[in-house]
Write a protein that binds this ligand. Sequence first.
Ligand SMILES: Nc1nc2c(c(=O)[nH]1)N=C([C@H](O)[C@H](O)COP(=O)(O)OP(=O)(O)OP(=O)(O)O)CN2
Length: 135
Amino acid sequence: MLSITKIFTFEAAHRISDYDGSCSQIHGHSYVLHVTVGGIDLKKDMLLDFKVLKKIVQDEVIQLFDHALLLKETEKNRIVFEKLEQKIFWMDEEPTAERMLLWIKDRIIPGLPSHVELESLTLYETATCYATWKS
Ligand SMILES: Nc1nc2c(c(=O)[nH]1)N=C([C@H](O)[C@H](O)COP(=O)(O)OP(=O)(O)OP(=O)(O)O)CN2
């Protein structure tokens, strides 16, 4: 089994609405996302061209999150934030690192060629806080 990893960065703001503490305030992160795919078959001596992986993740994830405000779609959030005319990305769940990873996984898997599989995702919110999903 071989694996390759591509690292992405994006800037986003979020708030965790249902949270007793500072994370319920709007705050920003310079997110770092590690995307690892694995497989056995090489095509033209590559498991998957890094450029192909880059395009999938940028189109499906990064362009939606970058410089956006990530919010859970609640009635209160809709009333307060919708009128701001900002780039808001509405989520079904709170935009914790864990929920973001589960959403990202579902976006990336359908776009991958059949000879590779998504092995793991790691999302850093800060230099010392990160979540990991593994297949
Ligand atoms: N399991 C999770 N816990 C928390 C999440 C999360 O997504 N999943 N998110 C937050 C906050 O949004 C914030 O990103 C983390 O806050 P904090 O602990 O203050 O992070 P720092 O790295 O800045 O903390 P240090 O003080 O430097 O240790 C909270 N929890």
